[in-house]
Design a protein around this ligand. Structure first.
Ligand SMILES: C[S@@+](CC[C@H](N)C(=O)[O-])C[C@H]1O[C@@H](n2cnc3c(N)ncnc32)[C@H](O)[C@@H]1O
Length: 378
């Protein structure tokens, strides 16, 4: 609740409230930023915009409506602004002046953020030039983090960091407030994981939707880099896959993968293969209708094993890769050629065709995250 000053209200019996509200609103006299007042005596009072002349409003109301109205001045309870940027600006500016810090609001308020359930993640570049360090060292820092989280309807706050360049593609989120354990529903799918240990790329949302919209009815799918189920769950829930073999090496991701499988009721259709997919893919030879290879910057380490995981009747591979914009065309051709030579090398009788190339997002200036869909038919 924000500060209370006063406002002019037009009051009537609440049985006429709807009509009074419509009359005021249609004439742009209703103040949407102040709460109406309802009394225990069955009356309702609507706040007027500041520019309105209350006496004039009541006079013209009395001409127009067949019920009693009057005007009064009362304390105004302000509604929090709908725009979260405005809410953040207000609380940060209040906190800075209360704590006597010589910083501008713009240095503290981010222009964008990511929300994973109850956790808000500020962007990697937030708090540059020592701003983050100064704020974190402040004795009242926690009240700022709490107010910022509340302004964004969250309970926890953290700062994104670049994804680690390790096998796990670990998250390196730095927590400022609350717990990094998140649980949220995205497109009908529950995800549950520790955001300080596991990455979740909201930028891949279009690709998750695209994969979830493909028809995989009855298919057996191998997800070579399953993470917390970013693609495995959409394939099981939306695409109709009968079974997904999910390979994953990171213990924190495995925990999230299992928690998600439980939450989505998928434990009987998701087979988790713990450890390096170099071993798990070897035992899946000849079993898949489709393999998903979602590792950046490159999924090449699993290309051969995923080809061999396809059934003799063939199937599809979804190959993720970071590629420089001007090389995308050449890379696609080279990838098809590489698979043709692998097919020949293993004496398989597949024809190899590129069926789709998806440009998912910009990964870096001039570098795109792309997904190439390849089809293999005997
Ligand atoms: C980048 S994440 C998936 C992220 C996801 N694509 C997204 O949209 O947010 C890739 C996952 O592959 C796992 N991984 C990497 N190398 C692996 C390997 N050799 N075997 C099994 N899993 C592996 C990592 O632990 C990580 O969870």
């Amino acid at each position: 609740m924000e500060g209370a000053d006063t406002a002019a209200f037009v009051r009537s019996n609440s049985v006429h409230g709807e009509q009074l509200h419509a009359w005021l609103k249609s004439r742009q006299l209703l103040n949407p930023l102040v709460e109406p007042i309802r009394s225990s005596k069955g009356e309702v009072a609507f706040p007027l915009v500041e520019e309105a002349d209350p006496a004039e409003v009541v006079a013209s109301l009395r001409n127009d409506v067949p019920f009693n109205v009057d005007v009064r001045t009362a304390p105004a309870v302000h509604r929090p602004p709908v725009d979260p940027h405005v809410r953040l600006n207000r609380i940060v500016s209040k906190w800075l002046s209360a704590n006597g810090l010589e910083m501008t609001v713009d240095e503290v308020v981010p222009t964008k953020w990511e929300k994973l359930g109850n956790l808000v993640l500020l962007p990697v570049d937030w708090g540059g030039d020592g701003v983050a360090e100064t704020l974190q060292a402040h004795r009242n820092a926690e009240t700022l983090w709490r107010a910022m989280a509340e302004a964004l309807n969250a309970e926890a706050l953290g700062v994104q960091a670049p994804i680690a360049n390790d096998t796990f593609r670990s998250s390196q989120v730095r927590m400022l407030l609350g717990s990094p354990h998140v649980r949220f529903v995205d497109h009908g799918i529950t995800f549950a994981f520790d955001a300080s240990k596991v990455m979740f790329s909201s930028g891949n949302i279009t690709e998750r939707r695209r994969i979830g919209a493909l028809d995989m009815s009855g298919e057996t799918v191998v997800d070579a880099y399953a993470g917390v189920g970013y693609y495995a769950f959409p394939m099981l829930i939306h695409s109709g896959a009968a079974r997904v073999h999910a390979c994953e090496i990171n213990p924190a991701s495995l925990e999230g993968l299992r928690a998600g499988a439980e939450a989505n009721g998928l434990t009987d259709r998701l087979v988790v293969h713990e450890g390096d997919n170099a071993s798990s893919l070897a035992v899946l030879q000849g079993q898949a209708d489709r393999c998903h290879l979602g590792l950046l910057p490159s999924s090449e380490a699993a290309w051969e094993a995923c080809l061999l995981a396809l059934k003799p009747t063939g199937g599809t591979l979804h190959i993720h890769m970071n590629v420089e914009e001007e090389r995308i065309e050449a890379w696609s051709k080279a990838t098809v050629a590489r698979f043709r030579s692998l097919v020949e090398h293993h004496g398989l009788s597949f024809s190899v065709n590129s069926v789709h190339l998806e440009r998912v997002k910009w990964f870096a200036p001039r570098v795109r995250h792309v997904v190439l869909d390849l089809n293999f038919r005997p």
